[in-house]
Design a protein around this ligand. Structure first.
Ligand code: NBX
Length: 838
């Protein structure tokens, strides 16, 4: 529009007025206005969701000056921008988090109260965006929070799945899945930027010819084209002016696509094509740590990565800079290999669109990307069948071949005659069918490679990326994961936040190491009592939640023993179950036995196609049914499977934990982050030396951590010497009794077949060393019982756990990424008055 008009409009935007003011009165007016003017509702007929929308819009209004100011400053400034590429973001609900980060929680609480509602009631109404599976997606969300809180310019790029992770219900003890229609009531936090969109080519073939200047041209003629439309969500930092952008792409049919079909009268064909385009961002794949190799998944990965790179290049060029300097404006972090096709796509954009020479393009690319690995499980390393890959991305296949050809020349020079090395480093795998190895593509195209906990990084260097480490050791470093204390303490545990703050002030929220200041109160009986009162309060709240959801009554004074995470054999929920049955058998043998009452709480989703994980869920529920209803138990043991584990439910569970179960087979869990949140909230850990457990134990002190089980080295050694799980079964009468009960149908109304697949795999294969660790696990659990009886000592250990968790803030992780990999600095944002922009 004309400048004069823009001037008029600008002069009429007030950032601190009845619309955006922060006083209680201003908030009340804003909510009422929103209800009437945005939603066209009278208060009398407005639903709870209408009120939720009104309050959310009122909050979003108050974020917009920060957001626009941040974006403006980043794009025009000389600063570098971090671009986080992730196929998943498990954000959790926004409302309470935004109130906390804006620092208007108490005003809003008051405003809503004066309008006659409770803020909690509205907060509980929010449907969370479940755009991730588990730890990897949640880590991306914590990192977005820390980037903004540390005032680091960043954009998170991903996919706006119409359906996120499925909703889990339990029926007759089995997991059943329902679709997650999270957008059905609208999403007040996002802004659709219809004008920001990119075309993405798919399929087809490559035409090669020599142009008039004698240059080889690769012309990709696509089979079809989809359009990606940007949907932006502001990510506010804690009590700072920074609001970064999470930009998620939705797939649509391009404007031009249907002309020919329409003209040919093929209306339904054209509509079909539209549906095929929209399918790309339709649904999140619900598998973690297991690859499915589906064409649609590759299309999803390429779709969001291509849109994101086109967007970054666009932002860079618009600032007047040259494409050759791209890596000075953006550094791109790959959240696992899911976005690693970006390396080939960057090459394609530089070569085919921006007409750069290979060497120059490769230089830009390899100065841009960095790769984080999240898994050691060989079955989780992504590969793509070469033919399938070629059918989606023919031009990228050429490019990957060319990268590989040049790379293998270097490899041959370094490891002359070593064919094993060449095979292992090649981007192409050769078996019955050829395939592309995405971890190799990510590794060759990145200037930095990192693992997510110290042990994990060491194991990476020794196992799955060994040859890469030998080829370029300088690329490798460790970046131990972290979690945001804003969501995982301030928001989810306000009572503990208050107690901590009463002793050490509130600066720990941004400098978590300051929790150290609590150490000196660990022995103080008064503080111990206050500490345990908060814990009991949280346990009572969860008790009410369990009653409301499952109709079960549990004893809040009992030891809350908590294992919440995705269900997977390597995470060994079934080891926990073997222990529960062991305790149950002790009671059956001696009903008057003096044992510590425990409530075992499980929660987590299984991949829908992962049979053994689903069987583990059934086993937990089957054992629960017997144990919970046996009068001999006298309510001393309770087994709870809390359904539909997600961020919302996690926030209610962590604060109530006494004991945190981190019992994966050593060497299998890359890091874990639930372990951090639980310990931060004062739970003691029972765990193996795996992932970040190792570092948690170092920090909290070995005397405040319950260690058991084989080490990663011992697991390997035991396996190489020929592990025979059957021997453990044969030689341990308690273990034998437990397994026999499961097999004989004690927990399944005498059905002896139901759990056979599970028990057979334990007895005859036991990849995850459940039987090998059983005895050590039971013994440490007995020590835990003894420890729990000494209330004051338990309180002391609990306080010390929290006090010593400072290292595990995602702020620390992000600082390390900034200093050691990204080389970016914080850029404090100056709020711009819209009426004074030019
Ligand atoms: O990433 C997890 C690891 O298992 C955890 O140990 C670690 O703490 C966390 C963050 O670093 N990995 C994970 O959650 N993976 C997935 O969710 C996943 C999703 C899709 C996929 C493969 C893995 N194709």
């Amino acid at each position: 529009i004309e400048e004069a008009a823009a001037e008029q409009v600008k002069n009429n935007i007030l950032v601190e007025d009845a619309r955006t003011g922060l006083s209680v009165d201003a908030l009340k007016r804003a909510i009422s206005n929103n209800l009437f003017y945005v939603q066209g509702k009278y208060p009398e007929i407005a639903t709870r969701n209408d009120y939720f929308m009104a309050i959310s819009y009122a909050v979003r209004d108050r974020m917009l000056q920060r957001w626009t100011s941040s974006v403006r400053q980043y794009i025009s400034g000389k600063n570098k921008i971090v671009s986080y590429l992730s196929a998943e973001y498990l954000l959790g609900p926004h409302l309470a988090n935004n109130l906390i980060n804006l620092d208007i929680y108490s005003q809003m609480e008051q405003a809503v109260k004066e309008l006659g509602f409770s803020l909690d009631w509205l907060i509980d109404k929010e449907v969370e965006p479940g755009l991730g599976n588990g730890g990897l997606g949640r880590l991306a969300a914590c990192y977005m929070d820390s980037l903004a809180s540390l005032e680091v310019p960043a954009i998170g790029y991903g996919i706006r799945y119409q359906f996120g992770i499925f909703e889990q219900a339990i029926s007759d003890g089995w997991q059943v899945e329902d679709t997650d229609n999270w957008l059905r009531r609208g999403n007040p936090w996002e802004i659709a930027r219809r004008e920001i969109s990119y075309d993405v080519k798919l399929g087809g073939h490559v035409q090669r010819y020599i142009d008039e200047k004698g240059k080889l041209i690769n012309n990709w003629i696509p089979g079809w084209v989809v359009k990606g439309v940007a949907y932006d969500t502001p990510i506010l930092g804690y009590k700072v002016n920074t609001a970064n952008t999470l930009r998620l792409w939705k797939s649509e049919a391009p404007r031009t696509f249907d002309f020919q079909s329409f003209n040919a009268g093929e209306y339904s064909n054209a509509v079909n094509q539209k549906i095929i385009c929209e399918n790309i961002s339709k649904v999140l794949y619900p598998n973690d740590e297991q690859i499915e190799g589906k064409k649609l998944r590759l299309q999803q990965q390429y779709f969001f990565v291509s849109c994101s790179l086109q967007d970054m290049i666009n932002i860079h060029l618009r600032s007047g800079d040259k494409i050759e300097n791209f890596y000075e404006k953006f550094v791109v972090q790959l959240n696992d290999t899911h976005p690693s096709i970006g390396i080939a796509e960057m090459m394609r954009l530089l070569l085919d669109v921006h007409r750069m020479e290979w060497d120059d393009a490769w230089k830009v690319t390899t100065k841009t990307f960095a790769y984080t690995n999240h898994t050691l499980l060989p079955e989780a390393l992504e590969t793509w069948d070469l033919e399938l890959f070629a059918s989606v991305l023919p031009r990228h296949l050429d490019i990957i071949y060319e990268i590989n050809k040049r790379f293998l020349v270097d490899v041959t020079l370094k490891f002359f005659g070593n064919h094993q090395k060449i095979d292992s480093l090649s981007l192409i795998g050769e078996g019955r069918r050829k395939y592309i190895k995405m971890a190799n593509l990510a590794s060759v195209g990145s200037f930095a490679i990192n693992g997510v906990a110290s042990l994990h990084t060491e194991l990476l260097k020794k196992t799955v990326l060994k040859d890469w480490y030998e080829f370029s050791p300088e690329k490798f470093s460790n970046k131990t994961n972290g979690v945001t204390p804003r969501r995982w303490m301030v928001l989810s545990n306000p009572q503990l936040t208050k107690l901590i703050t009463s002793k050490i002030g509130d600066t720990w929220i941004k400098h978590l190491e300051e929790l150290k200041g609590l150490e000196k109160y660990a022995e103080d009986p008064e503080f111990q009592q206050a500490w345990m009162e908060v814990k009991l309060e949280q346990k009572k709240k969860l008790t009410r939640k369990i009653h409301g959801t499952l109709g079960m009554i549990v004893n809040p004074e009992s030891l809350f023993d908590i294992q919440v995470k995705r269900i997977h054999e390597y995470k060994r929920q079934h080891l926990n179950v073997l222990h529960i049955i062991t305790l149950y058998n002790r009671i059956k043998r001696n009903p008057d036995i003096d044992i510590v009452p425990r409530t075992f709480i499980f929660a987590g989703k299984s991949a829908p196609g992962y049979r053994k994980a689903k069987l583990i869920i059934k086993l937990i529920n089957a054992v629960g049914k017997v144990v919970n209803n046996d009068p001999d138990v006298k309510d001393r043991l309770k087994v709870v499977f809390y359904p539909n584990y997600n961020v919302t439910n996690a926030q209610k569970i962590y604060p109530a934990a006494d004991l945190s179960e981190q019992i994966s087979t050593a060497g299998k869990e890359a890091s874990g982050t639930g372990n951090m949140k639980l310990s931060l909230n004062g739970a003691l850990t029972v765990g193996t030396l795996d992932g970040a457990n190792v570092e948690i134990r170092e920090c909290v002190g070995e005397e405040n951590f319950f260690l058991f089980g084989l080490t990663a080295d011992e697991v390997e050694k035991t396996k190489s010497e020929g592990y025979r799980p059957w021997e453990y079964y044969k030689n341990n009468k308690y273990l034998r009794e437990v397994i026999d009960q499961i097999n004989d149908g004690y927990f399944s109304q005498l059905d002896q077949l139901i759990f056979k697949e599970l028990t057979d795999s334990l007895l005859y294969d036991d990849q995850f060393m459940v039987l090998a660790d059983y005895q050590s696990y039971v013994e440490i659990q007995d020590k835990i019982d003894e420890a729990f009886r000494d209330k004051s000592n338990w309180a002391r250990m609990s306080i010390l756990n929290t006090a010593r968790m400072g290292k595990f803030s995602s702020d620390r992780s992000i600082r390390e990424y900034c200093n050691e990999i990204w080389k970016v600095e914080s850029v404090p944002v100056e709020l711009i008055d819209p009426s004074k922009t030019s």
